[in-house]
Design a protein around this ligand. Sequence first.
Ligand code: SF4
Length: 302
Amino acid sequence: MITYTLSPDFQFSQSNLYDFETCSYRFKLRYVDNLKWPAVEAEPIQEAELLAKLGTDFHLLVQQHLHYQQLPQADQAEMALEAMLVGDESHKLREWWQNYLCHPPAILQNATIYPELTFSTPLRGYRLTARFDVLAISPDGTFWIIDWKTSQRKPARQRLENHPQTLVYRYVLAMAGSPTLALPLKGGGLGGGEKWGISPDNIKMMYWYPAAPTEAEIFSYGPQLFEAHERRLSNLIEQIKDAVQNNNFPLTEDSRPCQYCVYRSLCKRGIKAGPLVEMETEAQAGLNISAFDWEQIAEIQF
Ligand code: SF4
């Protein structure tokens, strides 16, 4: 009998927890078997690729803008934008960029800004990791997690609130504020072994949509949510450890996610990819992540 094990250095993240919640078999194929499968997530392929490229370009553009915000904004915007405006996506990217310049999250104005940070914390014998597009500390002591969402539509607020990303990001940042945990730094720039003392009450998370720049979704935090999320995330990790130990990864009974899953032909759940226009908005936003150069990003463990 084949036995499966999760590597001791496996890192849990919002995306692999989301995969497990969606379909435990997908988690197995992707993270236990490390199986690459030659299929696309959505069709038409060109549009899906375009959306992915747009998302990646927008993230990079804002990242560069925030890194070099001491330069005159107009110069910086033009330099970065002109370098990226090639091909069919230029019109949409320019529109998103203008939306960002005209309606940036107000809290960025006076905040201390850290673009692209990765944090991780131990939980149930593994590390739980969160990659923030932006961490902004406002003068009143609020720690803002900002996530750029480049899907074509906004999901319902309740879906966002229950999404593993919204849980994981706030929880991991709150753990950074534990009075017993220091912040050894890899990569320079933030932490340096200091204790931040972040109370969950001082954490907020914002999803910001370049296609709907005045309709950001903001989620507060607090000790009760922190405890509830710790229970839910711990249970989820224990379920995964149990599934791995017993090699028990049932296929999802809901066939809808299969349309957008690269393993659908392997699972005999269809060959053709689902239509991009009907793809879940969270999954659309996820199309942009793969092309990031995470080597450039500082990692903070605690
Ligand atoms: S195709 Fe469906 S059943 Fe198979 S791994 Fe993907 S989501 Fe799970």
